[in-house]
Design a protein around this ligand. Structure first.
Ligand code: AMP
Ligand code: MG
Length: 462
C-alpha cells in the first residue's frame, strides 16, 4: 500500500538537542521517510500481486462494469410493472387512433363547403347526422351537409374537418358557419399517436406511468421485464449491534445495513440482509456463503488492512478474484470489488465497502449503483449530474478527489446553488441526511463562492 502523508507524520519524531546518536537516528529516519519508504512504496504499488495502486473512480468503474452483465427476464402483470425495466423492445400492432376523430364538440363538415364564408354571408349547411364517441355514422356526409359530432367521435366519410360548437349558430336544422374552415381542422388523424409496425418502446426502458398507458393501449396485460437483482447485504464488525440489540461498552448501532437496503431498493434491487458478522474470518466467510445464490453481494467494514479486517481474506477463501481495492476518492478509499466464480451463471459480483456510514453510502452511489443498474437492465446507469453555483467556498483539502455532501437550492435563474451540509467526516451520517447531492472536486483544491461545480444529484431538490 502506498504510504500516505499521515504515515510520514507519525514517523517524524523530534530529537533531543545535542545528542549525536539521536541525530544519526534522525537522519536515518528522515532518509527512510523521504527517500527509501516512498521508493519502496512506489515499487510495491506497481507490483501487480499487491494490487494496491490507487486508481481513479473512472478506472474502477470500468473494471466493475466490464464484469457485470444483465440478468434474465420474467413476466409480470401490467399493473405490477411500474418501476421495472422492459426486457424487449415493443412495436405498435395498430394505428392509434384507429380512425380520424374529432378533437372538439362541434360539427363535422367539408372544408370546401365553407370556403369564403363570412359573418355577412355565412355558409348554410344541413345538419344531417349525429356522432357521439364510441359510435359511427350510419351514412357518409355529402356536399352541403354537416354532422353534429362530439369529442372522440369518428369523422364520417366525406367530411374533412370540424368546427367547434362555440363558433357556429343554428337555425332549426341549418348550421351557419361564418368563417372559412381549413381541411383537417380539429381532426385527430388516424395513426397520429402511433402507426402499426412502428417501434414505440426500447429494451431497457424504465416503465413509468406513461409507458403503462402505452402498453395497455397495445393490449399488453402481461409484460416481460428484467429480473430484479437480489442483493445480499452483510455488515461486519465486533462493535456493531443490530436493531433490537442493546449497546454494550464500546459498541455502536448498525446503520449501514439499513442505508444500503434503501440504496438497493432505490436502484431497483431486492435487498436480502444477512445481519452482522463479528470480526472473525470463518463467520464472515460463512455469511458470504449464505449469499452465494444472490445476484450481487455487498459487505460493509473490515476491508482495510487492520488486524481485524477479514473481509478480503474471507473472499479469497471463497475463490474470489479481486479487481480493485484502493480508489482515489474521499470519502471511501478502501473499497474492494471481486467476483466469485460460480457454475451455471456468470461470476457473482461482490463489493466490500468501507465501514464508515458515509463512505459506505458514497461508494455504493459511485460503484454499486451502476453495477446494480446494469444487472437490472437499465439503459441509464448513472445519476444525473448538474452544474451548481457554490454559495460559499467548498474546500477539498487532501489529495484525493472529493465527493462532498451538498444541499442544493434552486436559484433565481432556475439553476442550482450548492452549499456544504456540514462536517464532511466519513462518520457523519447527518450531513448525508441533509445532502441533495455530491459535489465532485479535484484533490487539493477549493471551489470559490460563485464558481460552478458539478454535483451528482442524489434526489429531487425540495
Ligand atoms: P472499518 O471499516 O471496519 O474500519 O470500520 C470503519 C468505521 O465504520 C468504524 O468506526 C465502525 O465502527 C463503523 N462501522 C462499521 N460498520 C458499521 C455499521 N454497520 N453501521 C455503522 N457504522 C459502522
Ligand atoms: Mg472494523
Amino acid at each position: 500500500m502506498p504510504l500516505g502523508w499521515y504515515d510520514l507524520k507519525v514517523a517524524a519524531a523530534r530529537p533531543r538537542a545535542g545528542d549525536e546518536a539521536v541525530k544519526r537516528k534522525t537522519l536515518n529516519a528522515a532518509f527512510d521517510v523521504f527517500v527509501r519508504i516512498p521508493l519502496v512504496a512506489k515499487a510495491l504499488a506497481r507490483t501487480p500481486c499487491y494490487n494496491a495502486r490507487m486508481i481513479s473512480v473512472e478506472e474502477a468503474l470500468e473494471r466493475i462494469l466490464a464484469r457485470v452483465g444483465t440478468l434474465g427476464e420474467e413476466q409480470v402483470p401490467l399493473t405490477r410493472a411500474l418501476g421495472r425495466v422492459l426486457a424487449h423492445a415493443v412495436s405498435s400492432t395498430l394505428d392509434l387512433p384507429p380512425w380520424p376523430n374529432s378533437s372538439m364538440d362541434g360539427y363535422a363538415l367539408r372544408s370546401a363547403d365553407a370556403a369564403g364564408a363570412t359573418t355577412a354571408a355565412p355558409a348554410r349547411l344541413e345538419i344531417a347526422g349525429r356522432i357521439a364517441a364510441g359510435h359511427v355514422a350510419d351514412k357518409p356526409l355529402t356536399a352541403g351537409q354537416a354532422f353534429r359530432i362530439f369529442t372522440g367521435g369518428p369523422l364520417p366519410d366525406g367530411a374533412d374537418s370540424v368546427i367547434p360548437q362555440e363558433e357556429v349558430t343554428t337555425e332549426g336544422t341549418t348550421l351557419l358557419v361564418a368563417r372559412p374552415v381549413k381541411g383537417g381542422e380539429f381532426v385527430r388523424p388516424r395513426g397520429e399517436d402511433m402507426r402499426a409496425g412502428e417501434s414505440v418502446l426500447e429494451r431497457g426502458r424504465l416503465i413509468g406511468p406513461a409507458e403503462l398507458g402505452l402498453l395497455a393501449a397495445l393490449g399488453h396485460a402481461q409484460v416481460r421485464v428484467v429480473r430484479k437483482p437480489r442483493v445480499g447485504i452483510l455488515s461486519t464488525g465486533d462493535e456493531i449491534v443490530d436493531l433490537g440489540g442493546r449497546l454494550g461498552p464500546g459498541q455502536i448501532p448498525n446503520s449501514n445495513t439499513y442505508s444500503l437496503t434503501g440504496q438497493v431498493i432505490e436502484a431497483g434491487g431486492e435487498p436480502v440482509p444477512f445481519g452482522v458478522a463479528p470480526d472473525r474470518l470463518e463467520e464472515i466467510e460463512a455469511r458470504f456463503r449464505w449469499g452465494l445464490d444472490s445476484d450481487l453481494l455487498i459487505s460493509s467494514a473490515g476491508v482495510s488492512v487492520g488486524e481485524h479486517d477479514f473481509v478480503k481474506a474471507a473472499l479469497e477463501r471463497l475463490g474470489a478474484e479481486q479487481h480493485l481495492w484502493l480508489v482515489n476518492m474521499r470519502p471511501g478509499k478502501p473499497i474492494a470489488f471481486a467476483t466469485i466464480p460460480s457454475t451455471g451463471k456468470g461470476a457473482l459480483p461482490v463489493f466490500a465497502l468501507p465501514g464508515n456510514p458515509v463512505s459506505a453510502m458514497v461508494t455504493f452511489e459511485l460503484f454499486v449503483r451502476p453495477a446494480l443498474r446494469r444487472l437490472g437492465g437499465h439503459a441509464r446507469l448513472q445519476r444525473p449530474v448538474v452544474q451548481a453555483r457554490a454559495l460559499a467556498a467548498i474546500p477539498n483539502p487532501g489529495r484525493r478527489r472529493g465527493f462532498l455532501r451538498v444541499a442544493l437550492t434552486a436559484d433565481e435563474s432556475g439553476g442550482y446553488g450548492a452549499r456544504l451540509t456540514g462536517d464532511q467526516s466519513s462518520g457523519i451520517l447527518r450531513s448525508m441526511v441533509a445532502a441533495d447531492g455530491l459535489a465532485v472536486i479535484p484533490g487539493d483544491s477549493t471551489i470559490a463562492a460563485g464558481e460552478m461545480v458539478p454535483v451528482i444529484l442524489l434526489r429531487e431538490v425540495r
